[in-house]
Design a protein around this ligand. Structure first.
Ligand SMILES: Cc1cc2nc3c(=O)[nH]c(=O)nc-3n(C[C@H](O)[C@H](O)[C@H](O)COP(=O)(O)OP(=O)(O)OC[C@H]3O[C@@H](n4cnc5c(N)ncnc54)[C@H](O)[C@@H]3O)c2cc1C
Length: 461
């Protein structure tokens, strides 16, 4: 579709949760608004990762990654863990206040239920006995309520939302915006040889759009800062080892302070009865995980990440570059993701396929047996080993020899963009939201940021 000269009230760049919930709320508040969404990736039904475990076993680095890009954004095939909390998942509350942030997350949760998520379970840490057990073992359990939609129901919710939105919103898929231009009275987005204009622009390009976001900020002299990256591994164990925790809490966010370096190591993205998957960020293959609500798709394993946060100080500014280099090293040695038994890691030897096949844990991802100590910095590796032993006290068996560690898992943080409490840049009507702003790192915070900005825009019209 050509849009040269088309005028919209609002253009949204990116159709991840941030973009989707901006569009939803704009149309809800003002049904006659002219809204367009430009998305670099495919429409939902065309999103298909070519890895089938048979003909295509590992990442072939598609032009746009079906896992990260397209309607639904990075979250489309995620486990759909919708965390309602200010304790993690972003710092939206620093802009809009804690109460408002929780209200908006609950509002989005209600929409998810209305669009196909009804009947899914909400878990909560309130009143759990595990808080005490964790504290007794130098671990801290963070507070949260988590709705587990599951990869399958998450997809249904997205399909239903799209069916509703496309009646009123113009969607342009496979249309990456190349340039954002300031006009006297609005903004112009350029793609290919075409462009479209708008009065207000919401940029919600997520993690995969981080490099583009950086170039926009440079062009428009919007200040940014970037000083954090989280590095670690994905742990895979028999689900029964963690079932007392996952049955009650589904996802437990646990933090451990290491004795050696006083670094914080934390569990992240826990997938009971789930699978470990590849993730491709700008051509670098890292590891992630998800699980399904439907018992037919469940496995006998649980996986979760153990991550160590690395904060850098001046003069180093490229924290994501540091994380990328470590991930590249694992790709260089293993051709992709490396897997190692915990027992092999502590004995200082590379894993091989025979020892993995003979082990108690059947891997859910075909990764290259290797040696993570050749990839991860010592400080990170020591922290992970310490935490595995700490977790073994609340979930005996975590430190078994056959526990599988996949590496590397890197959590890249988008640079933080200079925006005000309304998530508006120094340019009136230009909003930067979701993970691309550096303010959010989760489905719930990203979605809530979209609702917040849509309400700002419509209330000022
Ligand atoms: C495998 C996986 C599992 C996850 N599981 C969970 C989970 O269970 N719970 C949770 O809270 N979070 C999870 N996350 C994180 C969550 O998906 C993100 O925090 C969330 O999607 C951020 O939403 P967003 O809208 O800000 O960005 P995104 O979802 O990244 O969407 C941004 C969109 O913008 C598009 N885009 C980028 N650049 C351009 C451009 N120049 N022009 C046009 N379009 C562009 C991209 O293609 C993308 O579709 C997971 C992430 C992954 C990768």
């Amino acid at each position: 579709m050509q849009t040269n000269g088309s005028n919209y009230d609002v253009i949204i760049v990116g159709a991840g949760p941030g973009g989707i919930f901006s569009a939803y709320e704009l149309i809800k508040q003002k049904p006659n608004l002219k809204v367009a969404v430009f998305e670099a990736g495919h429409s939902l039904e065309k999103r298909r990762c070519p890895i089938d475990g048979d003909k295509v076993k590992s990442c072939i680095k598609c032009k746009t990654c079906a896992i990260m890009n397209g309607f639904g954004g990075a979250g489309a095939f995620s486990d759909g863990k919708y965390n309602i909390t200010n304790d993690f998942g972003g710092t939206l509350y620093e802009h809009i206040g804690k109460q408002k942030a929780i209200e908006l997350m609950k509002y989005v949760d209600e929409i998810n239920l209305a669009y196909g998520g009804e009947g899914t379970k909400m878990y909560s840490t309130a009143g759990t006995k595990f808080k005490k057990l964790c504290l007794q073992n130098k671990l801290k359990l963070l507070d949260a309520s988590v709705r587990h939609l599951g990869t399958d129901i998450n997809y249904v919710v997205l399909a239903n939302l799209y069916a509703e939105l496309c009646k009123k919103v113009d969607f342009f898929f496979d249309t990456p915006i190349e340039r954002l231009e300031l006009l006297d009275d609005g903004y112009r987005v350029h793609y290919g040889s075409s462009y479209a204009d708008c009065n207000r622009c919401i940029v919600s390009v997520g993690r995969s759009g981080s490099k583009w976001m950086q170039s926009v900020c440079e062009d428009l002299s919007i200040e940014t800062k970037s000083n954090r990256v989280d590095i670690g591994v994905r742990v895979e164990i028999p689900a029964v080892i963690f079932s007392h925790l996952t049955d009650e809490l589904y996802e437990s966010k646990i933090v451990y302070r290491t004795e050696k370096f006083e670094d914080n190591v934390r569990t992240f993205c826990m997938n009971p009865y789930g699978i470990v998957v590849n993730e491709n960020t700008n051509g670098i293959v890292t590891v992630n995980g998800h699980s399904y609500e439907d018992p037919e798709h469940q496995t006998e394993n649980t996986n979760f990440a153990l991550l160590v946060a690395k904060h850098f100080s001046e003069p180093f500014k490229d924290s994501n570059g540091y994380g990328e280099s470590i991930a590249r090293l694992s790709n260089m040695l293993g051709g992709g993701v490396i897997v190692q038994r915990f027992g092999d890691l502590v004995r200082g030897r590379r894993s091989n396929s025979t020892r993995i096949e003979e082990g108690l844990v059947t891997p859910t991802l075909a990764a290259t047996p290797g040696d993570l100590s050749l990839v991860l910095p010592k400080r990170v590796l020591d922290g992970i080993i310490e935490m595995i032993y700490a977790l073994d006290k609340i979930a005996p068996g975590t430190a078994n020899d056959d526990t599988l560690l996949y590496g590397v898992e890197v959590k890249f943080y988008n640079m933080e963009v200079d925006i005000d409490d309304n998530l508006e840049t120094k340019y009136k009507g230009l909003y930067i939201i979701g993970d691309g702003s550096g303010v959010t790192h989760s489905l719930s915070h990203a979605s809530a940021s979209g609702v917040h900005v849509a309400r700002q825009i419509t209330s000022n019209m």
